[in-house]
Design a protein around this ligand. Sequence first.
Ligand code: NAD
Length: 473
Amino acid sequence: MNDSHLLIGGKTLTGGGRDDAEVLDPATGVTVGRVTHATPADLDHALDAAEKGFKAWRDTNADQRTAILLKAAGLIRERAKDIGTSITREQGKPLKEGIGETIYCAMLLEFYAQEIKRIYGRTLVRPAGSRVEVQYHPVGPVAGFAAWNFPALNVMRKIGGALAAGCSTIVKPSEETPSAGLALVQALIDAGVPGDAVQCVFGEPDAVSRHLLASPVIRKVTFTGSTAVGKHLAKLAAEDLKIATMELGGHAPVLVFADADIDKALDTMAAAKFRNAGQVCVSPTRFLVEEPVFEKFRDGFVERAKAVKVGNGFDADTDMGPMASARGLERMESMIGNAKGQGGKVLTGGERIGNQGGFHQPTVLSEVPVDAEIMNEEPFGPVAIINSMKGEDAMIAEANRLPYGLAAYSWTSNPARRRRLAAEVETGMLAIDTGGVSAADAPFGGVKWSGYGSEDGREGVLACMVTKTVHEG
Ligand code: NAD
């Protein structure tokens, strides 16, 4: 059993009559731990501490702050196997992915640590004796709410940029996958971040977010999760005009043109699709394939989907683990049923595997009409929809048809087309001839219903800062 407690003001809090909830292993359905829920009084303590922690942390000098965050990154690297193991146990992804996710958190923190020294203001030209300075200041205490699909990375994205900016943070990892986020917060405290400046709470999500966002202490909210919850939190934030970063759902299109390297596209996109059982906000989902290469691409993708080894994430040869929750599995079953009812063809997969755990077959659908639910709502599971398309204009129009705009992918060897895609596809991130849309130094975020604001990159730090212009006569 691996229980998760609260970390408030640097203190471990659990028991004492507090509610708790069980944490399940999605591969077996077995209880693997319990997570303590914060009481309203706990949340008030966290808010008081965050206010104090903000004043202490923002006044640390850049060298000191950089050194502490680098030390924390080192501790996270040292603890990567343990943290990765907790990710696999609570979320189900293959252990190598859990460890890789943890290392990525360390890389992100290392980037943020260095970026502290690049928070420049500027001085405007004025006559001698007077000047105007543009300064950046940390916005204040930040409340972060992270989803379960990347139990560590989502949390680091909430707290890394905020801490680099000089903000204090209260983060709520998902109660379904609590251990990894808690371990990151502990590593930051062990490295020297004051316990008032980085805190970790759990509870009933809506009650916790309402409580924290109702407080004037919190000056920024940052959330990763569904568009529906993001809109709800954005409204709560608006009550007090708190600034917000919203990293919400996507429905990534993949535009495959006849001039592309099809084998490379297939290898890259099939691996990207089935990573983390498709429970990735940038997962490629709507494959729009130009007619001349449609059959080759479709058949090659089916072949690769059939080769994916599904199993327990702790088995060394597993490519794809279970889905993280029964809720996700039911969503897949319902969407695939709806697609079939509308005339869509199941080319491989389409069913859950066994009755224990959340295992689902890697699935490929084709000829799915655009009004099927799965062509409009994010399936967030191991399913690709491969449809034949005629010409660039129709492909771009289909890519832009949905209100989502997080990631989009394209495969083409035509340089002029690459530029047109960059101009016309409505998306926060566009990957051309690659499957990668994330790097520590590159901003990550969406447009339209996929949210606003960026995490990672210098934008991830600036998103936690406000501008102050100082005029001196
Ligand atoms: P959800 O939005 O209900 O939950 C996502 C996370 O937000 C969970 O960890 C949950 O604890 C938390 N949450 C929920 N309500 C909250 C609230 N009122 N205040 C604060 N936190 C809250 O999504 P879900 O049911 O877990 O998944 C449904 C869909 O959400 C998915 O199919 C997918 O489309 C989307 N999703 C997107 C991402 C992403 O990376 N952008 C991550 C998870 C889920």
